[in-house]
Design a protein around this ligand. Structure first.
Ligand code: NAD
Ligand code: ZN
Length: 358
């Protein structure tokens, strides 16, 4: 069992990681003493929501469960309106809290509701996907999608605790598990050489879902994320490191009309970024190959998606992190270290992207 602390101007909170840590909800309730709670849950993890509700009840916190259909569609203004109406019906006051049980979709939606209901109530993240455990549950970025733009509407609002119980992953589909490793490799290549070595050494155990190995990896990723968020809660500078692989990934997702999954897009996005870095003389070819090999080991093979080069190039500047049409690339220098804010000639981007998707 591991426990780390996220310390930001917007709030300081613990992250509990381990098999069986859901029971930490009781102690969390004793600390927060909420006047009431709503458990917001993804439909595929109803059983976990019920277990969470039991812990709340044991801590004498009156609560109700609100189930949202799984998947990105509930992360909308309509979805937010539905949840806010439920909070109102349940008479959640300023002392109340939300417990978000689900992946990044539910976490973002519930966090957004928490940040706006009565100008802000507390919330707790109980991530049930590997992606949410290593990434979205930490850092307080909340939000819903716009009509066409992902995460267009949002707030910064830190949770009061994150409870990552590995048992929640027991029902997670294999492909979701595998694809989350794209984000794990992101931390390794951009920030944590030690993690890169662990991923290399423990690939058999990790792909098989070994709990000890997994706990170690989640803790390392959470630590990396906490570090960045502590330095730059509001994403004005250093937090951009987390965007490694995401500049091209977002373009790829848009160009494929979201037929390519986020994990696969990030894997290809990191391959593109590493090749750009190599072409600019920023990193060695060895890095490009080592990253490639690691991604392949985790089932993120180098597949060339059938998307139009022009459409993908057109999608790059619309990435919301682009300012005045210029894209700030995050590029690796060596394993465990990347640099942010890199300007790359469009012709070079085009050449590398063509090689990656053709
Ligand atoms: N806030 C942030 O900092 C941040 C960071 C990264 C990603 N995100 C957001 O996170 C979202 C993606 O999150 P995700 O990958 O967790 O996807 P998700 O929440 O959509 O969950 C993926 C699918 O798995 C199902 N599911 C969830 N947990 C399960 C379990 N334990 N067993 C079986 N099925 C389960 C869900 O119903 C859903 O269909 C995106 O909306 C993205 O924008 C946010
Ligand atoms: Zn991502």
């Amino acid at each position: 069992m591991a426990r780390l602390i996220v310390d930001t101007p917007g709030g300081t909170y613990p992250v509990h990681i381990g098999r069986g840590v859901l029971k930490e909800l009781r102690r969390t309730m004793a600390r927060l003493e909420p006047t009431g709670a709503v458990v917001v849950a993804d439909a595929s993890v109803r059983a976990i929501a019920q277990a969470a509700a039991k812990h709340l009840k044991a801590a004498r916190v009156k609560n109700a469960i609100y189930v949202v259909p799984g998947g990105e569609r509930s992360k909308s203004l309509a979805g937010l309106a539905g949840l806010l109406a439920f909070l109102e019906r349940q008479r959640i006051d300023r002392g109340g809290c939300i417990v978000a049980v689900g992946g990044g979709t539910v976490g973002d939606l519930a966090g957004m509701a928490a940040s706006t209901w009565l100008r802000g109530i507390r919330y707790i993240e109980v991530p049930t996907t590997l992606l949410a455990m290593v990434d979205s549950s930490i850092g307080g970025k909340t939000g819903v999608n716009g009509v066409r733009m992902k995460n267009a509407i949002g707030t910064f609002w830190q949770p009061s605790a994150v409870i990552s119980d590995l048992a929640c992953l027991d029902t997670l589909p294999r492909n979701r598990y595998r694809e989350a490793f794209a984000e794990v490799v992101k931390y390794a290549v951009a920030m944590d050489r030690g993690l890169f070595d662990v991923l290399h050494r423990e690939s058999a155990r990790l792909t098989a879902g070994d709990q000890d190995a997994l706990e170690d990896v989640i803790e390392r990723c959470a630590t990396a994320k906490a570090l960045v968020v502590a330095r730059d809660e509001r994403d004005r500078g250093p937090r951009a490191i987390l965007n490694y692989g995401h500049t091209a990934a977002h373009a790829l997702e848009a160009a494929s009309r979201f037929r390519i999954s986020h994990g696969r897009a990030v894997a290809l996005g990191m391959r593109i970024a590493a090749n750009i870095a190599f072409a600019l003389g920023l990193c060695s070819e060895r890095l490009v190959d080592a990253q490639d090999e690691l991604l392949t080991t985790y089932g993120l093979r180098d597949e060339h998606p059938r998307v139009s080069l022009d459409r993908m190039m057109a999608a790059i500047p619309t990435d919301k992190k682009a300012r005045r049409g210029r894209v700030a690339w995050v590029l690796p220098r060596r394993i465990g270290h990347a640099v942010i804010g890199q300007d790359v000639p469009v012709r070079l981007v085009r050449r590398v992207v063509r090689g990656a998707i053709a």
